[in-house]
Write a protein that binds this ligand. Structure first.
Ligand SMILES: Cc1cc2nc3c(=O)[nH]c(=O)nc-3n(C[C@H](O)[C@H](O)[C@H](O)COP(=O)(O)OP(=O)(O)OC[C@H]3O[C@@H](n4cnc5c(N)ncnc54)[C@H](O)[C@@H]3O)c2cc1C
Length: 306
């Protein structure tokens, strides 16, 4: 099926970065289309159950409340949104870009904005696995968020894999919520002192470790629950045809003042480009940067034609 409309910009990913970019483009008088793999607008905000006191304009709002506000704003600005529409590829064509979805839709846009965020790294070594929160193993939680809050820790022996902030913060959370014992396995400890100091040293095992996720064993010892905090990876596999310049860790490299990637006309915003400290506000600001850069480009083109 071919969608005949050629949008000014197709924005892929309806988290904070993509929603903000689409909203600004619509309010600036352009025609964006927002395409989202999930069933709801909001991205990672949807899995953040705690009040967010880092957002100076919305103190105390939880992630889902913030996500709800994105949806209201987009609706008011009449931004067209395709939900449950994973993008499979993006290609250049003479008029701009063609975006192919998993459902076989072919969407055209003059510009493309990649706002697909990151996913928590799981135990699955397959780089094409769709990520990890839909974890393949029972009793294994991957990454932080609402599934940790939903877990009943009472009486459980828990192994936490990973020595960063997320590992330590969630280990402490499990202890505070009734876990019988929590052991952190970490190659190195990178977490903030405030977390490390609260964790008894005998509960931290440093060095390489072996995991059998099916049997929930670490270094041969069985646990009731494994929690995996192996960091994050950008969701960029769908964009390989664009041969974008990426950082060592796979994040898309962009021009800081425009959010444009190494492929002309393709922008990347939010965590997929990891331009600033990753959070809702920086992702939204990034979306604005791309929207304004696209506006400048379209208007320069119009005035040069006139
Ligand atoms: C547990 C937790 C707590 C957090 N707490 C805070 C906090 O208190 N304050 C704060 O500011 N930040 C917090 N953050 C971080 C914040 O949520 C993120 O920095 C921000 O949401 C990133 O926005 P983004 O738009 O870059 O990416 P995301 O929110 O990840 O959005 C990316 C979107 O792209 C979609 N997508 C991916 N691939 C495709 C594809 N191929 N086709 C179509 N769509 C696709 C995804 O489904 C997703 O909806 C927290 C994060 C977590 C996980």
């Amino acid at each position: 099926m071919h969608d005949e409309i050629r949008y000014d910009a197709i924005i892929i990913g309806a988290g904070a970065a993509g929603a903000s970019c689409a909203l600004w483009l619509a309010r600036l008088g352009f025609s964006p289309l927002l395409v989202e793999a999930g069933t709801q607008i909001g991205g990672l905000c949807l899995v953040h159950p705690f009040p967010d006191d880092w957002n100076v304009s919305l103190p105390g709002h939880t992630g889902p409340q913030v996500a709800h506000n994105f949806a209201v704003s987009l609706d008011r600005a009449k931004v067209p949104v395709l939900l449950s529409t994973p993008v499979e590829s993006v290609q250049k064509d003479p008029d701009g870009f063609v975006v192919m979805t998993a459902g076989g839709q072919k969407l055209s846009g003059r510009y493309v904005v990649l706002a697909t965020g990151t996913r928590a790294r799981g135990l699955d070594a397959n780089p094409n696995s769709s990520g990890s929160r839909e974890a393949p193993y029972p009793g294994v939680l991957v990454g932080p968020g609402d599934h940790v809050v939903a877990q009943d820790f009472k009486g459980l022996e828990v192994a936490v894999l990973g020595g960063g902030d997320n590992g330590f913060e969630n280990a402490l959370y499990a202890l505070d919520h009734g876990a019988k014992a929590v052991t952190i396995y970490a190659r190195t400890v990178r977490a903030q002192r405030q977390f490390v100091n609260r964790m008894p040293a005998e509960h931290i095992v440093l060095g390489d470790y072996e995991v059998d996720p099916q049997a929930r064993r670490v270094n041969g010892r069985a646990y009731d629950l494994l929690m995996v905090f192996h960091g994050w990876e950008p969701c960029v596999n769908f964009a390989t045809d664009l041969a974008l310049q990426r950082s060592e860790r796979g994040y898309i490299q962009t021009d800081i003042s425009t959010a444009e990637t190494s492929c002309e006309g393709v922008y990347a915003v939010g965590e997929v480009a990891q331009r600033f400290h990753p959070c809702v506000v920086t992702a939204m600001a990034d979306g604005v940067t791309a929207a304004k850069a696209i506006q400048a480009r379209i208007e320069a083109g119009q005035s040069s034609v006139a």
